[in-house]
Every structure is written in structure tokens, then in C-alpha cells.
Design a protein around this ligand. Structure first.
Ligand code: AMP
Ligand code: MG
Length: 523
């Protein structure tokens, strides 16, 4: 395996924990702790992403080298790696939770590739760290398959996200109480190698702020802007206040854009705690996430959130702003005047609204959003909900409807229940007639409109039941479906012949099956 070029700025420039023992404890005044991965019994490479390998300048030969599985299981360090876990806090389900930190994530370092791009390489599930609290630092195969696949699927869908290089089985078992019903059982363990320009979260800033550690807070802000937002240093070379204001504004803008894309593709994150939001606006921490099948704005895949449904599909834009307000609150001590913080939070709302409207117009096949479209869109989502129509299939089918002579024929596969279809058939046809009239106003050739619609309405999304099938096969010893699924998700907007089954609505057997509709946080 070829060497990597490391330039570990996080540990070089931010204060580290002087204590070197790997014991669980509060860590004050430091952004990270040195900690080595704990070796595992029998690393075996189950899947890898060729695109992410290329980001690190690896080719197929590097990946197939037995050293690769050893390194990305945490059994072996290569020249330049300085493994560390970072210190952060967070608001979990609306409540301040204090110090959390990388309890099972260990960064190996920051790679600078041939193109000069910086990619931090991080193992998830590589053993305990000072931040592991009561847990074991490990991850089960099922959650690792889900993180590996969804990271890459989201990238190919055009949604900002952390990436995944590899999925390695550990050859060890991990005990989990999957249903939180007092029946813990051993499951196969795995490690995902995540890759991103930065793994800094909103909670990294909240923790020192909560402790009144202004010095660490300032250093973190300075570091983040310098490493992850260098264009802002160039734009405001001498004005720290303006630079910080521009930074928080950009954090808000990026978060708004990412969440607008979640809404576009029907993704529900499931655990939007402030420790699970990236400061560079990436989708991060794939846990009990899910995808809309039959449209329901209140859908959440997370069983832990089934009561309050704080992180339900339709609430994600508001939660994004709530989370950013927690970050804004943490930054108050280093802003002479809080006005720019308030303005940035308002900017979040404006950017979300503009992006969401533009994407919604594209989904419906209109050239641009008009305020008068609001009513038609609201009625469409009401029909989708009442008619239990598949979110993804609806928009693909809509592109096939002739605006001049609408019919329900293209939607034949999008319904989950006959009774619901019959209930709304008349209303849907009437709606399609009005939609057709709106499309006609744009006066755009059908082919061009259809191509624009297909570019924002995926044919394939990583439906939970598809991931679960890959998991079941992998647990039974055959990981090939993981790679097969990844290959389909590489071109999500293109109908791929022979792969129709991957575009199908959730089958009935999956409606209530664990992993296919609802998931616990246990992972
Ligand atoms: P999550 O909401 O799943 O992203 O995790 C919240 C916190 O719990 C983070 O600080 C994680 O590092 C930590 N955590 C989750 N699972 C484990 C585990 N198996 N071992 C150690 N820490 C964990
Ligand atoms: Mg997390």
C-alpha cells in the first residue's frame, strides 16, 4: 500500500489533552486526546468506494493489499498517522448533554492528496477513547453497512456529506440490545473509515462555551476558519469581527442548503442533535436515518424519537435553525455585538426558503418558483399523504404525465394501498389537470422539462429495506450485495436496465420489519 501524505493540523494547532491514559473522563481545556485504535481479531475488507480511494490517491492495488484492511481496521498505523479523538458536547433532543466527544471515532490524520485537497481519515468503531463514557467504542456490522452505503449514496445524489472509504469486518462480536427490550445479544462488528475535509461539529464550540473556556472557544473558531474556510481569511484579512460574522453566516447558509437537499430526496436524518451537525454543512453521523416511502411529513425512522418526533421529516428545517441558534448562543462571548449572529440565523431561513423553492419548482417540472405555486404544492403533498403515495416514485412518474392529457397510469406502482388510491383518484386527476396548465405556462419542450425533473428526482434512493437486505446477506456471510447496492446508487438519477427492483416501492413484508421502517439508536 502506498504511503499517504499527512499534515495533521488539528492536533498541531489546537491544544491537546496532557493525560495520555485511555481512561474515560471529562477533558478540560483541550480539543483532542491522543488515542490509538484497539486492534481487532481478524480484519476482512467487505466493501470500499473507488471514488473515495481515488481522493486519497489509492488505486485498486493499494486497496487489495492485505495491509489496507489492517490499517483501516486500526490494527496497524502507517507513517504520518497520529490517531486522536476529539472533544465536543451537544444538545441531544433539545437538552444540553455536556461532554460527549468521539466515543468510538478515532481520526488517523489529515491526508493532503496530489491535488492539494485535505481529507481527514477517521475510523468509526475502532475501540474506546476517553470520550466513550459507558459504551464500548465499537460498532455493529448492520449500522456500519448503513453508514458506508448512505455516505456514498448521498454523495451521488448531490447532497453534501461525509464520505466512506471502506467497510472492514472485525472478526469480533459486539453485544447490543437492539430492541432496547433487555435482550442483549452478540452481533458481528465492523469498522467504517469515514473521510471528510473536516469532522468539526456544532458541539465542538458549544462545549468550551458551556464551560466558560473562552480561550479554547476562540482558538477553535480561529482554527476552523483558517483551515476550513480559508476564503474568509482572504476576504477579511484584518477584521476579525467581520470574518467571524461571515463565517457564522456561511455555516448557516451551508446547513440550509444541505437540509433543503434532504427534503428534496426524502431523507430523514433521525438524530439531528447538535453534536451530529457538521460545521461545514455536511450530512454526518448516519445512525437511525431513513427515507420516505409512502409520504408522511411526520415520519421519523428513529424509535427513540417516536414519541416527540422532534426529528420528523417536516421538522428538519426548523431543527436546523434551532441547532444553529445553539451555536450562535455559544459564540456570543466572542462577538462584541450579537446582531450579526441574529442576522445569520435569519439568513438561514432565507437561504433555506430560496433553495427549497427552487428545488421544489424543479421537482414539479417548473422553470422557476412562483409564489402562486404554493397552493398547488401544498395540495400535492396532501394528496401524497392521503393517498399513501411513494414520494420517490411519484416524482419520477410525474415526469411521464402528459400535461395536456393527464392520466393516473404513470402512478400505477407508486401506491401502497388500493383503498387509498381509490380514495384520492378523482382529486389527483383534478390536481394533475391544474399541474398540466401550470406546466404549459412555461412553454418548455417536454424532453427538456423531463430531463430537468429527472436531474432532481432520483430513481433510486437507499430505501431502508434495500440496505437491510444487504445487511442480512452480509451477516449470513455474503457481502456482495453491499457492493451491488453501492453500484446502483452511483447513478441514482438514471433508470438502469436490469436494476428495476432497486427502484421498487417498499414491499409489504418490510412495512414493520426491524431495520426496514423503524430503527433504534443501538448500533
Ligand atoms: P450519536 O448520537 O449516536 O452520534 O452518539 C452520541 C454520543 O455517543 C457520541 O459522543 C458518540 O461518540 C457516543 N457513542 C455512541 N455509540 C458509542 C459506542 N458504541 N461507544 C462509545 N461511544 C459511543
Ligand atoms: Mg454522533
Amino acid at each position: 500500500m502506498r504511503p499517504l501524505n499527512f499534515d495533521n493540523r488539528f492536533v498541531a494547532e489546537l491544544p491537546g489533552d496532557p493525560e495520555s491514559a485511555n481512561t474515560r473522563r471529562p477533558v478540560h481545556g483541550a480539543a483532542w486526546s491522543r488515542v490509538a485504535p484497539t486492534p481487532v481479531a481478524a480484519p476482512r475488507l467487505l466493501a470500499w468506494s473507488k471514488e473515495v480511494a481515488a481522493l486519497l490517491d489509492f488505486d485498486e492495488g493499494d486497496v487489495q493489499d492485505p495491509c489496507f484492511a489492517e490499517v483501516f481496521a486500526g490494527n496497524r498505523l502507517i507513517e504520518g498517522m497520529v490517531p486522536f479523538a476529539t472533544n465536543y458536547g451537544g444538545h441531544q433532543f433539545g437538552v444540553w448533554a455536556g461532554q460527549l466527544g468521539d466515543g468510538r471515532a478515532i481520526s488517523l490524520g489529515e491526508v493532503v492528496n496530489r491535488r492539494g485537497e485535505r481529507w481527514e481519515v477517521q475510523l468509526k468503531g475502532a475501540g474506546p477513547t476517553p470520550y466513550s463514557r459507558g459504551a464500548d467504542g465499537r460498532a455493529v456490522l448492520r449500522s456500519s453497512v448503513r453508514e458506508f452505503l448512505c455516505s456514498e449514496a448521498m454523495h451521488h445524489l448531490g447532497v453534501p456529506t461525509t464520505r466512506a472509504l471502506s467497510l472492514v469486518a472485525t472478526g469480533e462480536s459486539v453485544v447490543r440490545d437492539m430492541f432496547y427490550d433487555g435482550r442483549p445479544a452478540p452481533e458481528p462488528g465492523a469498522i467504517v473509515c469515514r473521510v471528510a475535509p473536516s469532522f468539526i461539529r456544532l458541539g465542538h464550540f458549544e462545549l468550551p462555551a458551556s464551560r466558560g473556556d473562552r480561550d479554547l472557544l476562540e482558538r477553535l473558531v480561529h482554527f476552523t476558519i483558517d483551515r476550513d474556510f480559508p476564503h474568509l481569511v482572504a476576504a477579511h484579512p484584518d477584521d476579525t469581527v467581520a470574518r467571524r460574522a461571515a463565517w457564522f453566516t456561511e455555516v448557516c447558509e451551508r446547513t440550509a442548503v444541505t437540509i433543503a437537499h434532504w427534503m428534496r430526496v426524502g431523507f430523514v436524518h433521525g438524530v439531528m442533535n447538535t453534536d451530529n451537525l457538521s460545521v461545514i454543512g455536511l450530512t454526518i453521523d448516519y445512525g437511525p436515518y431513513g427515507w420516505l416511502d409512502d409520504f408522511d411529513p411526520d415520519f421519523t425512522p428513529n424509535t427513540t424519537d417516536a414519541q416527540g418526533r422532534r426529528y420528523r421529516y417536516a421538522n428538519q428545517p426548523a431543527v436546523g435553525q434551532w441547532n444553529l441558534a445553539r451555536l450562535g448562543g455559544a459564540l456570543v462571548p466572542i462577538f462584541p455585538d450579537p446582531a450579526p449572529l441574529h442576522a445569520a440565523l435569519e439568513r438561514y431561513a432565507a437561504v433555506y426558503s430560496d433553495t427549497h423553492r427552487a428545488l421544489t419548482a424543479a421537482k414539479f417540472g417548473w422553470r422557476a418558483w412562483r409564489d402562486s405555486d404554493e397552493q398547488l404544492v401544498r395540495e400535492a403533498f396532501d394528496l401524497l399523504h392521503r393517498g399513501e403515495i411513494d414520494f420517490t416514485l411519484f416524482f419520477r412518474a410525474l415526469a411521464e404525465v402528459d400535461p395536456a392529457v393527464p392520466s393516473l397510469a404513470p402512478f400505477v406502482d407508486a401506491f401502497y394501498r388500493d383503498a387509498a388510491r381509490e380514495r384520492i383518484a378523482g382529486d389527483l386527476l383534478a390536481w394533475l389537470t391544474r399541474w398540466g396548465a401550470r406546466v404549459a405556462q412555461d412553454d418548455e419542450p417536454t424532453g427538456a422539462r423531463r430531463a430537468r425533473m429527472h436531474a432532481v428526482n432520483p430513481c433510486y434512493v437507499l430505501r431502508n429495506y434495500l440496505a437491510q437486505q444487504a445487511i442480512d446477506a452480509a451477516e449470513a456471510g455474503d457481502p456482495s450485495e453491499i457492493t451491488a447496492l453501492l453500484d446502483v446508487m452511483r447513478r441514482p438519477y438514471e433508470a438502469q436496465s436490469g436494476r428495476e427492483r432497486y427502484a421498487a416501492r417498499r414491499p409489504e413484508w418490510a412495512r414493520h420489519k426491524a431495520g426496514c421502517s423503524m430503527l433504534s439508536c443501538s448500533s
